[in-house]
Design a protein around this ligand. Structure first.
Ligand SMILES: [Zn+2]
Length: 227
């Protein structure tokens, strides 16, 4: 299955990079990459140490759940990864983590407002809370599918963790870091109980419009490829 080797290798490389940085701990979290031009994704297997597996262990599945390559069981969250790709043609990579500071906001259900220019430019107008549903369930898939329609690139899963999206693995990796930085700053600011300033509304809209333009460009390119 050399056809999928490049995205399999990228899934393993980014999983290890995130584990090295402390964003993926143990076997928690999962990483997937869309196979360009196909309804197929490469995703981390369920319950495997990212340092013990190689690219050949990365699962290849159709968005409808059809197994294509790999002998291990895929992540139990494959359903919401597939749902994101189907709902958002601009997304090429999905990373789900249990990162500490975003997870703290998941416990108090505090969406992150527009605090920093860079945050809005890459993550969206705000980081919303996706309502709670148990891991690996159809209920969680439905919640994710509904919430990602707002074209943002980062979400907090209530009582669970974080979900970051974007066009490329490099960008989504950057989004994971950006989310954690915003979450930590917001938590510290909340702790002071002082008034928290947000970026001005017109600036927020300019920054978000840049993100939307980029997403629309990708959608148009895909539409052109399909002819
Ligand atoms: Zn999880």
């Amino acid at each position: 299955m050399t056809h999928y080797q490049s995205i399999r290798q990228q899934v393993i490389d980014y999983s290890r990079k995130l584990a090295d940085d402390g964003y993926l701990k143990g076997t928690g979290g999962n990483v997937s990459i869309r196979m360009s031009g196909e309804n197929v994704l490469a995703i981390t297997p369920s319950n495997q140490d990212y340092y013990q597996i190689s690219a050949d262990h990365i699962c290849i599945y159709g968005f409808d759940g059809t197994p294509i390559a790999g002998t291990l069981k895929p992540s139990i969250e494959m359903g919401f990864h597939s749902a994101v790709y189907q709902a958002r043609p601009d997304v090429g990579c999905v990373i789900h983590t249990h990162q500490d500071f975003a997870s703290a906001l998941a416990l108090i259900a505090k969406p992150i407002p527009a605090l920093f220019d860079e945050q809005v430019r890459f993550l969206g107008r705000s980081v919303e809370i996706i309502p709670y549903a148990p891991s690996g369930t159809g209920m969680l898939v439905r919640q994710v599918r509904r919430c990602v329609q707002n074209h943002h690139n980062a979400y907090i899963l209530r009582n669970h963790g974080a979900l970051c999206l974007g066009p490329t693995p490099e960008r989504v990796y950057h989004n994971v870091l950006l989310l954690e930085k915003a979450a930590l700053s917001y938590l510290l600011a909340l702790y002071t109980e002082e008034k928290i300033g947000k970026i001005p509304l017109p600036i927020r809209e300019i920054a978000f419009a840049k993100l939307r333009r980029e997403q629309k460009k990708i959608e148009q390119q895909l539409a052109a490829q399909k002819g």
